[in-house]
Write a protein that binds this ligand. Structure first.
Ligand SMILES: [Fe+2]
Ligand SMILES: [Fe+2]
Length: 284
């Protein structure tokens, strides 16, 4: 299956490309011996990505008291982990905002859904005192990236999947598996492998709809599953459709946060997502 998916991903020529530099920044920022200078030098190789990072860094969201004028400044002021997430945000925008109207998903909705989920996942990881909340943020941002591949590659067939999910009141991922033998979560995981992202990306994305399926559950997949559910409950869907979303109770219990806590974090995530969304759209 993996080989078949891999082939399909590579053969789908209409897919946007991910800037190599963004991946390089993510790798470099994770290396123990890298400094702000190395990260800045890597980022500077892609001027358009650098400009977007600077715009994000100077947005009201980060509340800087002075203007961040250079990439090395941004790395020092914001920290390597934040710059790493910002480069992924800037890099994935063309993907998650791809015009797919008429193919079942709406770019504006998918981008909003992905960003809001990412912020909620980060808030949950911080509350749970996980060592690196930026990692779940990045994975949360990409959790539905497989949907884009599905929509491009299956073109009009994707609409009929969506309609069938609605008519039968079944989750979309279940219909995808019934029709194709795999779902967008698996496609997304495969894509992360094609991009050589750390393994944890693919493994968490693969199970975001079925977090209790693997023998050993993955705490990041659990967080994403619960965040995805909460965000959709507020009507922030991946597209203009409302299939049901089955919350995995065991995953919910493993996460161990109350509905009140989650709703409070979600309010914050919605406003953070809206801020960043408008900055990115202006920059695009
Ligand atoms: Fe999903
Ligand atoms: Fe989702």
């Amino acid at each position: 299956m993996s080989e078949q998916l891999n082939k399909l991903i590579r053969q789908t020529t209409e897919l946007p490309s991910m800037p190599e530099v963004a991946f390089e920044v993510m790798r470099v920022a994770d290396m123990a011996d890298s400094s702000a200078i190395t990260v800045a030098a890597t980022l500077s190789r892609d001027p358009s990505l650098s400009v977007r990072i600077l715009r994000l860094a100077n947005s009201a969201f980060y509340g800087m008291t002075r203007e961040v004028t250079s990439i090395s400044d941004a790395v020092v002021v914001l920290g390597m982990r934040t710059v790493k997430s910002l480069s992924l945000v800037a890099a994935s925008f063309p993907w998650l905002h791809k015009a797919l109207d008429g193919k079942g998903i709406s770019p504006v909705l998918l981008w909003n859904h992905s960003l809001t989920t990412a912020y909620l996942v980060r808030a949950m990881a911080t509350r749970k005192q996980m060592p690196d909340a930026e990692l779940p943020f990045c994975i949360g941002l990409l959790h539905d990236i497989g949907t884009v591949v599905f929509a491009v590659w299956k073109e009009n067939a994707f609409d009929s999947l969506v309609r069938r999910a609605e008519a039968e009141e079944r989750p979309l991922d279940e219909i995808e598996r019934a029709v194709y033998g795999f779902d967008h979560a698996e496609v997304g995981a495969e894509l992360c492998d094609v991009w050589n992202l750390p393994r944890v990306y693919g493994s968490a994305i693969r199970y975001h709809h079925q977090p209790s399926l693997p023998e050993t559950s993955d705490p990041i997949a659990d967080l994403i599953h619960v965040a995805d559910f909460m965000v959709r409950e507020r009507g922030i869907n991946e597209g203009a459709f409302g299939q049901i979303y089955q919350l995995d109770q065991e995953a919910f219990e493993r996460v161990g946060l109350t509905m009140d806590e989650l709703n409070e974090m979600l309010d914050m995530a919605i406003s953070q997502g809206a801020d960043l969304q408008s900055i990115e759209r202006k920059a695009a």
